[in-house]
Design a protein around this ligand. Sequence first.
Ligand code: ATP
Length: 381
Amino acid sequence: MAPTPIDPVFVREPWHDPKAEPYIRIEQVTKRFGEFVAVNEVSLNIYRSELFCLLGGSGCGKTTLLRMLAGFEQPSSGKIFIDGVDMSDIPPYERPVNMMFQSYALFPHMTVEQNVGFGLKMEAKPKSEIADRVADMLKLVSMSQYGKRKPHQLSGGQRQRVALARALIKQPKLLLLDEPLGALDKKLREHTQFELVNLQEKLGVTFVVVTHDQEEAMTLATRIGVMDHGRIVQVGTPKEIYEFPQSKFVAEFIGSVNVFEGQLIDDQSDHVRVACPELDCPVYISHGISSAPKATLWVAIRPEKIELSLVPPAQQENWARGVIKEIAYLGDLSVFLIRLNSGKTVRVTRPNRWRHEDEHMTWEQEVFLHWHDTSPVVVSA
Ligand code: ATP
């Protein structure tokens, strides 16, 4: 008999399935410290086996939200459910949760094996079971040959893997990670991000990761919740957040973006036309906007979605004229800062696909900027 086909969208994207039961349900949770509101009316669903990233600047409330999931802080109001159970009266040690701290908090006097097996020893598991499970965990994180070392004899990346093995050995259903890669340098971070994703996919454990690093969130996450001043301002897949930011804040927080103030001059279900005083002609966008537009709105265009040419483009809309003011050669791409007639500076990036790609573009040269009508998005203030 042919196997029953599994709908990949259902498996990978349960948030699109109205029948899918969230693993974590955060309902209108607020946390106050005295007068200060650290987390403000957050409602959020996270599904089983997700790698969900809470992303935001320093002090936006992401660690406080994570600590409430772990049970180290209690919400001032609102409720948290894990696997359908109200967590209000459940202490941290009875939750199906483990937390990996930013500092990794390894015991310095213990070997790697002892660190990883510590939780099982506390549960008075038999020695042989501890030894077997520690060996399995060290294999999983590719640290088998380092079992007898102490933490100070390891690199930052190796310590991170030991901390992960220690957090996973008790087979939590939910692992909370606070800036898990914060202590690693850029190269090692990138490498470890992929390792973390592979490990999470292999184990199917639900991960909630706090990070202030947008690239890290983009690499790791099934979905990202962007936080600002205690609120979740947008939730979506990395692509949704990058390509369709809902607000100026999200557009500017994730990657670079050019933002133009404008007035709606034509509003159809399949396109809109926006007059932007800083540009020479209207912006035509090939999708409608769902919310009732205000008189003033903002058009956001990513730097890599703008083309440069030395001759005027044939199109009537979606172009501007400017002068090259800065060029930064970054190896894989070059960044151009272009001053428009209106005085607005626009950032454009171009990949260096061949060695002499941008040699014909130079400082103070007049250039034409143009973009496809799927490139701009309308965002709120
Ligand atoms: P970072 O990336 O800097 O760690 P964060 O987004 O994780 O920031 P939180 O640690 O959640 O931020 O803190 C949110 C706000 O709540 C901050 O302004 C912080 O000073 C405040 N805060 C956190 N814990 C307490 C506390 N125990 N008492 C008073 N204020 C607190």
